[in-house]
Write a protein that binds this ligand. Structure first.
Ligand code: ADP
Length: 549
């Protein structure tokens, strides 16, 4: 890298970074922009509630100043455990506007994990919702120290009366009443300062606290807005939990363009389709499991196209096709908590539009190319660090470098150093690169099946299984085998009215598209165990498969 400052250059002199020409990047500036430009326009919808951008800014300022009044200091953590309601969106601005760090907790976690997170993050305040009392009460008891608990009473859901046995020390509106709507926010002196703390799901040990900085949040939000095409006239439906990488940073991205956030408490087709029609939704995000639910949900074809961004797990192309048939335009991103959500994007090329739907779906199902905020990506051998050829066949690990990689893991320098070994962020995902430069994830390193010395991508077998007319969901894992070392074992759930195919029928079907060494040796029918972010728990399935061995 070249620095002109060190070279004998005419540009090395006199040109100073001063207040007039330099400010730390922070997504907090998006809120001011939306409120200044679209002050009277609705920025947030929740059921019957409508909040203009000016009202949202005033509420966020109140929240920030109230948090300071109750004793939150810059650099301290404020946790929120909330569904996708307006208070959750406001926390994405109000908490960092107090100089504090937002810790949005996954509401599907158990009490012990919530207690671990509150303890590890040293949270001073917890803003939550009465519906989560069965988890929050035991979590607080286990924590055994004082946290100011604020209950964001949900008038839409619980009725206008606060519940008889209040969960919090005060309600969210009482907290806001203590705040000043004109208070100036505390902006970060340095864009590297933390804005948010997101915990990984912790499938192997305690969850790790991933720290995001203002700069990364700002750049990832703008990159998402550009790629997904959200604009000031976009209406964004919150089908993706805001706790998941801050809603893949769309909390800030939709605000950056002054679009409209449509909050949604529960992700159910019965709530989603009416909202799409009533609010004229243009964009939404969701894991493939949500797309599967929408594609199989009883509904008419949409009257106009709605763009949906999927990611978080590999979307089978059969689901992409089924969504297109319902009138959705599917986009696809890949990423991890450590990289603010989306790090690669299946950027559509002009000629994809004229392809037959199955070919287009296959292109979209690939994880794609790096985003504008991720200047470097390589798929490389993790030992030699040598990049793989673009031959659609040689597998390597996806490694990333750039503006939107986490600052590191909180209070865990060892894990941070391991994640950044060799100056790359190691994703632990194995992929191939196609001649057009688009990557395709084949498996998480720990999920790949090695049979008789050959690698079998579980995703590739699942992709074919998803095309079977009776199959709703498929997960393929390794089963120990005395001869081959490992053989694939398929776990399946069937569509509601489907008859169970026999193993022989399934094998015959798979044989048309897969080499015989990739064929599952066993098919197991029943519900699939899922993580709290909707991913199939392959570790659990592997344990089950091991017991068949
Ligand atoms: P957790 O690790 O807690 O499940 P993350 O959201 O950080 O939560 O999960 C990241 C992992 O999810 C990636 O390492 C990858 O294995 C998988 N993943 C995310 N997006 C995709 C995608 N579009 N296609 C395939 N796998 C994906």
């Amino acid at each position: 890298m070249v620095s002109v400052q060190d070279a004998p250059s005419i540009y090395a002199r006199d040109l100073e970074r001063v207040r007039a020409n330099h400010q730390s990047l922070s997504p907090l500036s998006f809120l001011d922009w939306a409120a200044d430009v679209f002050g009277d326009r609705v920025g947030c919808v929740y059921g019957e509630r409508r909040l203009t951008w000016r009202q949202i800014r005033a509420r966020c300022r109140r929240l920030a100043s109230a948090l300071r009044r109750v004793g939150v200091r810059p650099g301290e953590t404020v946790s929120v455990l909330l569904p996708n309601v307006p208070a959750m969106l406001e926390a994405h601005f109000g908490v960092p506007m107090a100089g504090a760090v937002l810790n949005a907790i996954n509401y599907r976690l158990d009490a012990a994990t919530v207690a671990f997170i509150l303890d590890h993050a040293e949270s001073k305040v917890l803003i939550t919702d009465n519906a989560f009392a069965p988890v929050v009460r035991p979590a607080l008891a286990k924590l055994g120290r004082h946290v100011l608990v604020v209950d964001a009473v949900d008038a839409e859901e619980d009725g206008p009366e606060p519940p008889g046995d209040p969960l919090g020390h005060l309600t969210y509106e009482e907290l806001l009443d203590q705040g000043d709507p004109d208070a100036s926010p505390i902006l970060p002196a340095d864009e590297w300062q933390p804005i948010s703390l997101c915990y990984t799901s912790g499938t192997t040990g305690n969850p790790k606290g991933v720290v995001y900085h203002h700069r990364g949040a700002y750049l990832n939000a703008l990159s998402n807005a550009l790629l997904f095409g959200v604009r000031s006239d976009s209406v964004y439906l919150w089908t993706l939990p805001m706790f998941h990488c801050n809603g893949w940073t769309f909390t800030w991205a939709v605000t950056a363009v002054g679009g409209t956030h449509v909050c949604l408490r529960k992700v159910e087709p019965a709530r989603i389709f009416p909202q799409i029609v009533a609010e004229k939704v243009t964009h939404l995000c969701g894991a493939p499991i949500v797309l599967n639910m929408l594609a199989n949900g009883a509904s008419e074809k949409l009257g106009r196209p709605v763009r949906v961004l999927t990611g978080g797990a590999a979307p089978p192309s059969a689901i992409i096709e089924a969504m297109e048939a319902k009138g959705f335009e599917v986009h696809h991103a890949y990423g991890l908590t450590e990289v603010y959500g989306p790090a690669t994007y299946g950027v559509p090329q002009a000629d994809w539009a004229s392809l037959p739907v199955q070919d287009r779906a296959a292109k979209i199902a690939r994880q794609g190319v790096r985003t504008p905020s991720m200047p470097e990506m390589q798929v490389a051998d993790p030992v030699t660090m040598r990049p793989v050829p673009h031959d659609s066949a040689t597998m390597g690990e996806i490694m990333l470098r750039g503006h939107t990689v986490m600052a590191g893991y909180l209070k865990n320098p060892k894990a941070t150093a391991a994640a950044f070994a060799g100056d790359w962020y190691h994703t632990g995902d194995l992929a191939v690169v196609h001649p057009d430069g688009y990557v395709e994830v084949k498996d998480r390193a720990k999920d790949i099946i090695i049979s008789g010395g050959e690698n079998i991508s579980s995703l590739e077998v699942e992709e074919v299984l998803y095309r079977h007319p009776a199959v709703l969901e498929a997960a393929v894992v390794a089963c120990p085998d005395s001869h081959w070392g490992e053989v694939p074992c398929a776990f399946l759930t069937l569509k509601p009215d489907a008859t169970e195919p026999t193993p022989a029928e399934l094998t015959l079907w798979l044989k048309q598209n897969l080499a015989s060494y990739k064929l599952p040796r066993r098919f197991v029918f029943g519900p699939l165990p899922k993580t709290s972010t909707g991913k199939v728990q392959k570790t659990e399935l592997r344990e089950r498969a091991a017991s068949f061995g």
